[in-house]
Design a protein around this ligand. Structure first.
Ligand code: MN
Length: 576
């Protein structure tokens, strides 16, 4: 991809002159900034932003997004700052570039509690769907050139792609991009399984391709006879990783998979889709229960098409899909197809220019709402749950540790909330915080994508005022618990030096009493009195009066230690 071919492609879309000039200017700025830099593959660095922009042009995203794509690595890898971009290209493009930079900080190492919460965070931090699309396409190009990176990086990036990026692309309706991302990641994440699959299916794929090629003419002939003006008949091979996942459910038996290759027919209208279905069923017997009308009932990610599986020549089952060009575009580009630069805008650039203000409003339009609209149709409880989960993060924000670990918190959370979510001890000893590298007060309100670092001090204690500041139930609970304990400790100290009575339920054995007294002595606890009661044959009880505990926590710790002694079945205590 060169700048020349990119600009020529954009010109075909008849965008307004000022937008063309903007894209050109962004290219020149990026080319200059990346001058002399190379990718790990040895290519000039600018090839990467160019390839990213080119994908987005194919998706017909708006011109600020194309410009942002060209500029997206300028802040990371060159001496330019986001303020330079703002000065040169304005707030909107600076916002998009900054969004991508924020998303760069999210890391998935496969050890996180849940990939799902990371996916949610990704969407929330992206804020604007254009940022997420840009990032997905950026990753797509990086995956294509992953071979030049060191093996360890390859594995981490591929795993992240498989667990975070591909599922996100799918959920945004870009099944095709999702499948391509998975296939690029597959050999790096599961090399053995990938090789196995390649060996196992090489023949099968070839057989299927020959088969679909052989029935295509019959089908075309029949459609012409019935006067259905089809635009295309394609054979569509299943993506490898998707096939692999299906095989896991089918006992790894390739023979059981009937949709390794499907035929796809593109026809002008929805009526033509149903008419084509009729023609196919007249030609070959359909398999019962395999007609799927995703036109009447789209998938939750917006996918629309009509599917059927028939018993074709040679008694082979084959899946056939029918869709309109519009549905095809949606399946390729998902939410992006709904997003910007619609057919109308392309044809009528004047109307488009007039509509630009409303397009800018769209930026803030909650696209999550749109996904939910798609999901309304859905009856499957699992998918419905997914829809609810999206709802869940409406009032949540996502913040990161300096290492890139993600935590989700309620809106308006503070560094104290964050500290307690990372670890109770970090919360209890927090004295200050840095947000995005700058010192802030502990009641500072955090925003999506903030990188938060907590400054700690040993022996520091939480203050009662914190209860008024924190937003999360978790932080509140930890602070209350701490305060309650320290209250009890104060009372304890007031009565300091007094006696604690331990009551132990024991199975007596030789040396048990010695073990108990040794334990107490080792922790410098004085024993004032020991009493045993062995009336019961099976059970005995042991009563110990001990002194010199500093606080209640120490007593409780001792209780746990006593329980650890062999023969001690249960321990209780009271303050005398
Ligand atoms: Mn990049």
């Amino acid at each position: 991809m060169t700048a020349q071919t990119l600009l020529e492609k954009i010109k075909l879309q008849t965008r307004p002159e000022d937008e063309l000039a903007l894209i050109k200017r962004a290219y020149e700025f990026a080319a200059k900034a990346h001058q002399g830099q190379t990718r790990k593959s040895g290519e000039p660095y600018i090839t990467h932003p160019l390839a990213t922009a080119s994908e987005l042009v194919d998706m017909r995203l708006d011109s600020p997004t194309i410009a942002a794509a060209l500029l997206h690595d300028v802040c990371e890898d060159t001496c330019h700052s986001i303020e330079d971009i703002r000065k040169e290209f304005g707030d909107e493009i600076a916002f998009l570039v900054q969004g991508v930079t924020k998303l760069d900080k999210i890391r998935y190492r496969g050890t996180e509690r849940s990939a799902e919460s990371l996916r949610k965070m990704f969407l929330a931090i992206g804020e604007d769907v254009r940022v997420v699309l840009l990032k997905l396409v950026d990753r797509f190009h990086n995956m294509k050139t992953l071979g030049s990176l060191p093996p360890e990086k390859q594995k981490r990036i591929a795993l992240e792609t498989l667990e975070i990026y591909a599922p996100l692309a799918y959920r945004l309706g870009m099944a095709e991009l999702s499948g391509r991302l998975e296939d690029l990641a597959f050999p790096y994440v599961y090399p053995t399984e990938y090789e196995w699959l390649m060996r196992e299916t090489k023949e099968t794929y070839a057989i299927w391709e020959r088969y679909t090629a052989s029935i295509k003419p019959t089908l075309a002939e029949e459609l012409i006879k019935e006067k259905i003006p089809f635009l295309e008949i394609n054979a569509r091979a299943k993506h490898y990783y998707s096939l692999y996942k299906k095989l896991l459910r089918y006992g790894m038996d390739v023979g059981k998979i009937t949709d390794i290759v499907a035929l796809r027919i593109i026809v002008p209208t929805i009526e033509d889709c149903y008419a084509t279905l009729g023609v196919i069923h007249k030609l070959w017997k359909p398999l019962p229960g395999r007609i799927k009308d995703y036109i009447a009932l789209p998938k939750p990610n917006g996918y629309r098409s009509l599917h059927t599986t028939v018993i074709g020549p040679e008694n082979r089952q084959i899946e056939i899909q029918m869709r309109t060009p519009e549905m095809h575009e949606e399946a390729e580009y998902g939410i992006a197809a709904h997003w910007a630069y619609s057919e109308m805008k392309r044809r009528d650039t004047k109307a488009y220019a007039q509509n630009r203000s409303s397009l800018a409003d769209l930026k803030h339009f909650s696209w999550i709402e749109q996904i939910r609209e798609w999901q309304k149709e859905f009856k499957n409880p699992e998918e419905f749950l997914e829809a609810l989960k999206i709802d869940f993060f409406k009032n949540r924000i996502f913040v990161l540790t300096p290492k890139g670990d993600a935590f989700d918190l309620p809106e308006d959370s503070t560094p104290i909330d964050f500290a307690y979510h990372v670890h109770t001890d970090i919360g209890n000893t927090a004295v200050g915080a840095k947000v995005n590298g700058k010192m802030v007060a502990l009641d500072h309100v955090l925003k999506n994508g903030d990188v938060v670092e907590i400054l700690k001090q040993k022996n520091k204690k939480p203050s009662r005022d914190w209860l008024k500041i924190v937003k999360s139930a978790q932080a509140r609970k930890h602070i209350s618990t701490f305060l309650k304990h320290s209250e009890e400790d104060k009372k304890f100290e007031k009565r300091g030096g007094e006696t604690v009575e331990f009551n132990l339920m024991i199975r007596d054995r030789v040396g048990l009493l010695r073990d108990v007294t040794h334990l107490l002595a080792r922790h410098k606890i004085n024993i004032k009195k020991v009493d045993t009661d062995t009336k019961n044959q099976k059970w005995a009880s042991l009563m110990i009066h001990a002194q010199k505990f500093k606080n209640k926590t120490e007593v409780e710790k001792m209780m746990v230690r006593l329980k650890g002694i062999k023969g001690v079945e249960d321990v209780s205590y009271k303050l005398l």
